[in-house]
Design a protein around this ligand. Structure first.
Ligand code: PLP
Length: 856
């Protein structure tokens, strides 16, 4: 029988336990073991049965049980104490409240298509979402006033299973928002607050707004499954990354445009301040800038002035060095949607379309590129590791013709992970019992001879490994049941893996570049590693392939087929349905975390950081964060065959190198034991990892970097442009227009140099003079620069220094004379050139206007 209508009956808490509602609905429980302990102690069996999900827990307890607990003064006191601890966490000043920068943002809006906050709120597919969740949690811990903005997908991402043959299956269980840690945003009259978006064809896309409270940080999630919508509009937020074409575009319009509208509604209803910085996690939310431009234009700004206001306060973080990972829509379709959503006709549509135009060399004129729009709408942009910053500058260099990649205005802030979420509670408990907060924060408490002995550390590592082995057996058994095996067939699972064998983990999404199956390149050699009699290795693998990614799904099948073989199945397992819950046991339980992407396609990677925080060692190609922070003692580098073009040859070479490292370095170090069975060298590496990587890989470090390097400068720039009724923005836009119009007349007419003889030596000073025509511009509008450095055989100055030349008093025949010195600091071939670039105090980079004239 199918119900024609459904609703969820909510638990009524007895008054003495009323605080439980707050404790369950604030996701701080997900990183606060103390709060979880209160729930568990209320009823351990039910807590286990609901997999540690507080909202489900309260529903499952039932009125009688709750009344019984409400009569227990000790329990009531604990609940009240936990609630008051949460209130203190939310209200007391934290790190941010001690900052003294003049332009501290009052509020930062953080947009992301996915958020991985907890397994109980499954709104993520992988690293991008989990990073967004960690960003919010770390912002909360630091007291940074962030508001998250995303979508509520009714079926989240898919759940992965395996069929009998070992192929990935996908299911989409529909979530009931009332069973999630969410609260509906309501108007003062109690009705759901709605945001609306006009669509082509006279339709409207409505969405309600759910609020997930992440510690101090509210996360607004837009949900289009409301009665006011037609069937198609209701389905816009059906699944994460489920659709293509118009469906995807409508999701991104709802996230960007609807997200800004939701923020306005939220501010109106809660009295919270309007965001003064907008941060977009990847390009999917890029339309937020279009909406903000529309707001300014509706309030009287020109498009150009509005663009400056928006750019100055927008931060764009790019996450993919894979061009296929960028959203591109048909330009024509975007045009229809933009025309529709701006019912008052405020937006100059051609200017909006130009934001996403692929007008660089090799671009497609029929396409609207979301990453390009993201970069054009953001005054500040960054990649997510040092290497990824460099790769991104090259990848997007076409947007700034005339500038070398080193000057492309994309910086980098290396990702971090939220330690309270990802460190095993046993580890946190031991460390905080023995170490001072200072020794914990600096990592020095982990050093040898410190607070924790080798024996204790090794016992802890074994306990974590053992817990993983139990979890693996439970999951393998469940998976085989689902694949049709009977309990009698599954006795072998009781002995799958061992708590004393070197454990290597590999879990991540399965796009082909991550190379899930590289370890299978030489099956015989790999099996020999697993099955070694004295020094065996066991491997735990997990990962979901996107449902439309057939090659990725084939990789899953290959891996499963290998792991299904009788002679190795006790040493290698594939666990279906990788998620944050699995991760919480998997990361701490692994001795070694394997990462073998095709370099440099892994922008950062964060799972290895989470493993490191638990004392696991990384075994990784030099990509993402590992390229930056590996050293000889915190793990191992898998050598890469970077220049090799033939993909099969490259895979074979890198797989062979991987086996070599495991056989010659990893295995011997793990099994090298002293008399009492302790692996001293291994533990030295574990300590070194905890001590040196521990402080760096923190999400709080990452968020503090965003505050210092991006949020505060953006807020300052925005305030300057907005002051005096936006006078600064008008002036900047006018100045850019004037400079752009006059630029064709700018030229470097003549350059000469002196000061060195024909055999220059290190330490000599080269005296450079240049004569420059500026047309209608004045020297105040420009900077004349000498670029200098070592040159290659083709006269390219690969890594150059830049020095401003000063205006000489000579002015003749409409030309300005400039001069300056360059000290020769290195031996070998040297070259220089001279260029003119626009100069204005509000420019965030030399390349911002794209204008440059270089001597020829
Ligand atoms: C951390 C995490 C990821 C991201 O890991 P990468 O190393 O970036 O691939 C993906 N999924 C889950 C569940 C995670 O916790």
């Amino acid at each position: 029988m199918r119900a024609i209508r459904r609703f969820t009956v909510r638990t009524v808490l007895p008054a003495p336990l009323a605080d439980l509602d707050d404790l369950a609905h604030n996701l701080r429980w997900s990183w606060h073991p103390g709060t979880r302990a209160v729930f568990a102690d209320l009823d351990a069996a039910v807590w286990e049965q609901v997999d540690g999900d507080p909202v489900a827990f309260l529903g499952a307890l039932g009125p009688q049980r709750l009344e019984g607990l409400a009569a227990d003064p000790e329990m009531v006191a604990r609940v009240r104490a936990a609630a008051s601890d949460l209130r203190a966490y939310r209200e007391q000043p934290r790190w941010y409240q001690r900052q003294t920068a003049a332009a501290l943002p009052a509020s930062v809006a953080y947009f992301s298509p996915e958020f991985g906050v907890a397994a109980a709120l499954p709104q993520y597919s992988g690293g991008l979402g989990v990073l967004a969740g960690d960003h919010l949690k770390a912002a909360s811990d630091l007291g940074v006033p962030v508001v998250g903005v995303g979508l509520l997908y009714r079926a989240g991402y898919f759940r992965q299973g395996l069929d009998r043959a070992g192929r990935q299956t996908e299911t989409y269980p529909v979530l009931d928002p009332d069973g999630l840690p969410l609260t509906l945003l309501r108007e003062e009259d109690g009705s759901p607050a709605l945001v609306g978006l006009a669509l082509p064809g006279g339709r409207t896309l409505h969405a309600q707004v759910w609020v997930a409270q992440v510690g101090r940080v509210p996360l607004l999630l837009l949900d289009s499954d409301v009665p006011a919508n037609d069937a198609a509009a209701r389905a816009v937020t059906d699944r994460l990354y489920g659709g293509a074409g118009d469906h995807r575009l409508e999701q991104e319009l709802l996230l960007g445009v609807g997200g800004v509208r939701a923020l306005r509604t939220h501010a109106r209803l809660t009295g919270s301040p309007a965001p003064d910085v907008f941060h977009t996690n990847e390009g999917h939310a890029g339309f937020l800038g279009v909406e903000r431009i529309r707001e300014h234009v509706a309030a009287g700004s020109s498009f150009a002035g509005a663009l400056e206001l928006v750019r100055s306060t927008t931060v764009f973080t790019t996450h993919t060095p894979v061009p296929a990972g960028i959203d591109r829509f048909e330009r024509r379709t975007v045009e229809q949607y933009v025309r529709a959503l701006d019912d008052a006709g405020d937006l100059p549509v051609a200017d909006v379309l130009a934001l996403g135009a692929e007008d660089q060399e090799g671009g497609d004129p029929l396409v609207f590129n979301m990453a390009f729009m993201g970069l054009r709408l953001a005054g500040r942009a960054n990649g997510v590791s040092r290497l990824h910053g460099r790769v991104s500058r090259e990848m997007f260099a076409g947007l700034w013709p005339g500038f070398d990649p080193q000057e492309v205005p994309i910086g980098s802030i290396t990702n971090g992970v939220h330690a309270p979420t990802w460190v095993a509670p046993e580890m946190t408990a031991l460390a905080s019992r023995r170490m001072s907060p200072h020794d914990l924060a600096t990592g020095s408490g982990w050093e040898d001879g410190g607070a924790i002995s080798d024996t204790e550390l090794w016992e802890l590592r074994r306990r974590l490994r053992s817990r993983l082995v139990d979890d693996v057996r439970r999951r393998v058994r469940a998976s085989w049941h689902q694949r049709g095996a009977s309990s009698a067939d599954l006795r072998w699972v009781d002995d799958a893996l061992s708590p004393d064998v070197l454990t290597i983990g590999f879990a991540r999404r399965v796009p082909t570049y991550k190379r899930l199956t590289l370890m299978l390149a030489d099956p015989a050699r790999f099996a020999a590693l697993l099955l070694d009699e004295d020094r065996p290795v066991q491997v735990v693998v997990a990962g979901k392939a996107h449902p439309a990614d057939e090659p990725g799904k084939r990789l899953v099948s290959e891996l499963v087929a290998f792991a299904d073989q009788h002679h190795v199945r006790h040493r290698i397992v594939f666990l279906p349905d990788y998620d944050m819950r699995m991760a919480a046991t998997l990361y701490p339980g692994c001795d070694v975390w394997l990462n073998n992407p095709l370099r440099p396609l892994e922008a950062c990677g964060t799972s290895g950081m989470k493993v490191a925080l638990n004392g696991g060692l990384n075994l990784s190609v030099l990509d993402g964060w590992w390229d930056e922070w590996h050293d000889d003692d915190n793990g191992w580098v898998v050598p890469t065959a970077d220049g090799v073009d033939d993909p099969d040859a490259r895979d074979a070479a890198e797989a062979a190198a991987l086996y070599d490292v495991i056989e010659q370095q990893v295995v011997p170090t793990f099994y090298d034991r002293d008399e009492d069975g302790t692996p001293r060298r291994w533990l030295a590496m574990v300590r070194h990892t905890l001590a040196t990587l521990g402080p760096k890989v923190q999400a709080t470090r990452m968020v503090a970097d965003y505050v210092a390097h991006l949020y505060v400068p953006a807020a300052a720039a925005g305030a300057a442009l907005a002051a005096d009724d936006k006078a600064g923005a008008v002036a900047l836009a006018d100045w850019k227009a004037r400079v752009r119009a006059a630029w064709p007349q700018v030229s470097v007419d003549h350059v000469d140099s002196g000061g060195v003889d024909d055999a220059p030596r290190v330490g000599d000073r080269l005296h450079v003079r240049a004569w420059v025509a500026l047309g209608d511009l004045t020297p105040d509008d420009v900077e004349v620069q000498v670029l200098h450095g070592p040159v290659g055989p083709d006269d390219e100055i690969a890594a150059f220094g830049v020095a401003a030349l000063r205006l000489d008093d000579t002015y003749e025949a409409d030309r300005y004379g400039y001069a300056g010195d360059v000290e020769l600091t290195a031996t070998g071939p040297f070259g220089y050139t001279v260029r003119v670039v626009p100069r204005h105090e509000a420019l965030t980079s030399v390349a911002e206007t794209g204008l440059v004239t270089t001597a020829t």
